[in-house]
Design a protein around this ligand. Structure first.
Ligand code: BTN
Length: 256
């Protein structure tokens, strides 16, 4: 049974309608199924997912009732080359919210993982949904490890939660509200073509820049130094054969 929550601030667009589930297969899947008729800014929130999905067809595992699992439905009327900025903006919004509630220093790993002390605390999955009669919808799915203290053995060296790192319990609704507030502000900036602000905010938190990276992009593995992020959100890699521009991929990096 789902419950529709009242908005935290009636003048806001994001989170004006929050549809909350105790358990669902995937908030992204549900958001996609209602995207055509849903209003922009609608949020699907769940305590538990039975088929949470991640990037590259991986699954997203999260202890029930401990973390934030939600998707936001966007209907951006933006030139195609600005769409990639939305998922960078989601990463910045999460980073700002974590910094606000915990004071912890975050690291945005391109395109949109959030790390703290080198461990992943948040993953973001952006998926588009095409409809016959409506503008394209973009679903931004966010999985943020908030209060989970125990992780499966195979994830312990790479994953963590805000609570595990800060040593205290956090209010999930407060963090959700802060993420939605920050993301809405960044979304308005993208609409006004203030792309440079988004790129600069992301780069200011991106420890990967200047380091050796290997990127799996489609069937190709690209090695080089992550040298920059261009104004459309693409990662620039300096390789032995010149500069490569990568729009999507899975990155591993070593600090120099
Ligand atoms: C990744 O790092 O691979 C992205 C993970 C995204 C997980 C979130 S949890 C809420 C939303 N619903 C899903 O099924 N996936 C996203």
């Amino acid at each position: 049974m789902n419950q529709i929550l009242q908005p935290p601030n009636p003048f806001r667009l994001f989170g004006t309608k929050i549809i909350r589930f105790e358990k669902i297969d995937s908030t992204n899947a549900y958001a996609k199924s209602i995207a055509e008729e849903a209003e922009e800014g609608t949020v699907i929130l769940a305590d538990e997912q039975s088929a949470g999905r991640g990037r590259f067809a991986r699954s997203w595992i999260s202890e029930p009732g401990k973390n934030l699992l939600f998707s936001i439905i966007l209907k951006p009327r933006l030139p195609a080359d600005r769409i990639a900025l939305l998922s960078l903006a989601a990463g910045i919004a999460v980073a700002l919210a974590i910094e606000e509630v915990s004071g912890l220093k975050t690291d945005c790993k391109w395109p949109n993982d959030i790390l703290i002390d080198g461990k992943k605390v948040c993953g973001i999955l952006a998926e588009s949904s095409f409809a016959r009669s409506a503008p394209i919808s973009l679903i931004i799915g966010i999985g943020l490890n908030v209060n989970q203290l125990n992780f499966p053995k195979e994830l312990q060296s790479t994953a963590s939660s805000i609570s595990l790192i800060a040593g205290k319990v956090f209010d999930r609704d407060l963090i959700l509200n802060s993420i939605l507030e920050q993301l809405e502000l960044l979304y308005l900036r993208i609409g006004k073509d203030e792309s440079d602000y988004i790129i600069q905010s992301f780069k200011a938190r991106c420890a990967m820049l200047g380091n050796d990276v290997t990127i799996q992009s489609g069937n190709e593995s690209i090695q080089g130094i992550a040298s920059d992020i261009d104004r459309n959100g693409a990662l620039m890699i300096t390789t032995t054969k010149g500069i490569r521009k990568v729009l999507a991929g899975d990155v591993t990096f070593k600090r120099r």
